[in-house]
Each structure stands twice: as C-alpha cells, then as structure tokens.
Design a protein around this ligand. Structure first.
Ligand SMILES: Cc1ncc(COP(=O)(O)O)c(C=O)c1O
Length: 385
C-alpha cells in the first residue's frame, strides 16, 4: 500500500521554542527559567474547589460559551478593573486557554488573502494560525529602545487588505505596556480602516511600578472593533489548566463562538465552576499580583547585580529580558542552547518571536515566575558567565 503524498499546511513550522527549551532543560538538568510557567501552585482554595466540583456532578459538557457563573464573574471583573461591564450572554466566551481564544478569534476574522499586522517580537502562535486561515502576516518591528509601537511603520503597514492587527499588552517578552495615550492614537489610526484588533492581554494583572494596565476593554472606541483575550493560567498560577476567555462586541462574539464550538465545543466544566467560585469569593486576588510579581522581579534584578548581563527595564509580565552582548556575540538561539548545555540555565531567545532577519540585539528572556530558590540557582549560574 502506498502512502499518499503529504503536503504540510505549515511547512516552516517546527516544535515551538518553549517546548524545545523545556525538553533540553530536562535533559541537561538545567534550571528552567525558560518557558513561562510558575514553579509554584495555584491557590489552595481554588484547587479545593476543583476537587469539590469533581464530586458535585460537574463532569459533563459545559455550555458552549462557558459556564454562566464564570461568565458573570468575568463581567464583574472587567467592570471592576476597566469600567465597562460586558454582557455575559452576548460578549464573553470561555475558551480552552488564551491559545484557543487567539486561534478561534483569528480563524473567525481572517479570510484568504487578508493581511494581518503583527508587531515584532510577536507571540509565536499568531502567524501559523493566520496562515492556516489563508491570511498573510505583515510583520512590523516594535520601536527600540522600549518596545513601543513604531507609529510610522505601523501606519505604512495598514492598507486596504488589512483585516486585523494583533496587539499584545502587557507584552511578552519585553514587559512593555501600551498607555491610554497609545490606545487613543491607535483608535485614530484605525478609524479610517476596516481593520479589527485582537488584544492579547493574558498578562493584564502583572503590571508594576505603580503603572495601570490600559485594557482595550476600557477604551470605548477600540472595544467596538476588538476581541480582548485573557487567560486564567497566568492570573491563578494554573497554566496547565488551559482556561481563558474572549470579550468582544456581540457580532464579533457570535463569529468567535462559531469557530470555538467546532474546535473544542466547550472547556473543562469542573475548572470553570471552580474558577467562578474563587473569583466570586476573592475579587481581591488580582490586586495582590502586581506586588507579588514585582517582588520576584526585584529579587532577580538584585541577584543578577554584578553579573555581565545587562537588564532591560521590565515593567510588566513575568519576564525579564537580559542583554548578553558583554559575554558573547553569538546569535540568541545559539547562545541560549550553549547556556543550557554548558551552564545549566534554560532561557528563551527573542528571535523566534521575530520575522527573519533575526534582531541584531543580543537578548534572551528569563521567566521570574519561580520560587526564590529557583531564581537563586539560575542567578548563581548566570553570575559565573
Ligand atoms: C502573549 C501570550 N499569549 C497567549 C498565551 C497563551 O495563553 P494560555 O497558556 O492560556 O493558552 C501566552 C502563554 O504564554 C502568552 O505569553
């Protein structure tokens, strides 16, 4: 029997850099400050609610759009933080992680031949999904230093074929955040265009140094053309549960749900009930996250003082970019591989987030969502470089 010829839909895609680095970290027993996940647990009470709902007959399909109590809790949370209460019935959809929210949203909006503007460095899942939808990614570098929007280049990239702009704030890997003034400028730029926005805000509750996250949910004009994506994995230290959601106006939500219902149909019911309980009982949870993560960032910064790494300002997310140009002139992926093999520290290079040619900077990303002992072990090895 002969095998039919297989033509890949994603010929240039390999295994993601996060998986590659975590695998190598295991093989080399490296300290894993690479892939973005906490090495501590979700709150005990939240885990207990999961156990409770396992025993409370919540083991069958959840409603397609999400458990009602969870959508109501999300609406209350968005209202509390951003001053606008989306409708749980027509504007909120619970998804299997931010990743599914992004994939379902891109598939819902992009037609073959459409252009989608990505701001580099861009999270690695965006472009493959754009391509699966038949779209073309147009990659626009963020401005250096600081990773803000390069307004001139963005304006040049927007054209008649632009269907969608992907925005990630707070930004992985740089920790840069859009300010309200940026949102105003973005709204003005998009006003004459037919472009929608997907705002990836999965790090919305990790913003430091007294700054406030400017969500597109809180910007009346942008919210009209936007799908905002968030993830409970980040907020509740539970990246393995893969529960996220979208907030979007009713017409956009209807299209997102059309895709979501055939990709996953619904997201794990016990997790949804448990998160709804916890959100309702502890609306203050998000309020302590900035201090919690700022303290981890500061710990890492202190531990790396005296090393030959130069630290970029990190005002949000749980990532710290470090410049290693005083140590090596090797490209970032080569340097990161060497760092795992020779020094036992896993990091993430920035170039997989960027279109070719790779950036000239010598930057790798460290994740500080780690116990102090992990940060200490990583820093000891990095100080030896
Ligand atoms: C910018 C960004 N978007 C989306 C995701 C995916 O979120 P989830 O783990 O909920 O699928 C991540 C995860 O690291 C991320 O960093």
């Amino acid at each position: 029997m002969s095998t039919p010829p297989l033509t890949s839909r994603l010929p240039t895609v390999g295994t993601t850099i996060f998986t590659v680095m975590s695998q190598l970290a295991l093989e080399h027993r490296a300290v894993n400050t690479g892939q973005g996940f906490p090495d501590f647990e979700p709150p005990l009470e939240l885990r207990e609610r999961v156990a409770y709902h396992l025993g409370a007959r919540h083991n069958q399909y959840a409603p397609m759009a999400g458990v009602v109590a969870l959508r109501e809790a999300i609406a209350a949370k968005v209202a509390r933080h951003y001053g606008r209460r989306p409708s749980p019935g027509s504007e909120i959809t619970v998804t299997s992680g931010g990743t599914e929210a992004l994939a379902s949203s891109i598939q819902a909006l992009v037609h073959p031949g459409d252009e989608v503007v990505l701001l580099d460095p861009a999270y690695d899942s965006y472009q493959p999904i754009v391509e699966l939808a038949g779209g073309r990614a147009v990659r626009v570098p963020l401005a250096r230093p600081g990773f803000g929007i390069d307004w001139e280049r963005l304006a040049d990239a927007l054209g008649a074929r632009t269907r969608l702009l992907m925005v990630n704030t707070p930004h992985n890997p740089s920790g840069a955040c859009l300010a309200v003034a940026d949102l105003d400028r973005l709204a003005a730029l998009l006003r004459p265009t037919g472009a929608f926005v997907i705002a990836d805000e999965v790090y919305e509750h990790m913003v430091f140094d007294g700054q406030r996250h400017a969500s597109l949910n809180g910007h009346a004009e942008l919210a009209e053309r936007s799908i905002v994506v968030s993830s409970f994995g980040k907020t509740y230290h539970s990246t393995g549960w893969k529960v996220g959601y979208t907030v979007a106006p009713p017409a956009l939500t209807e299209e997102v749900r059309k895709v979501h219902q055939f990709v996953t149909f619904a997201t794990a019911s016990v997790l949804q009930y448990a998160i709804a309980d916890f959100m309702t009982a502890h609306p203050e949870w998000e309020d302590q996250l900035p201090a919690f993560y700022q303290q981890k960032r500061d710990r890492l910064v202190t531990l790396l003082a005296g090393s030959r790494l130069s630290l970029e300002p990190a005002h949000a997310t749980y990532f710290q970019l470090v410049d290693y140009s005083a140590i090596s002139d090797k490209p970032d992926t080569e340097f990161a591989l060497e760092l795992i093999r020779s020094n036992g520290v896993a990091t993430i290079p920035v170039s997989p987030f960027c279109a070719a040619p790779p950036p000239r900077e010598r930057l790798v990303r460290l994740c500080f969502a780690k116990e102090d002992a992990t940060l200490q072990a990583a820093a000891e090895r990095l100080r030896g470089l």
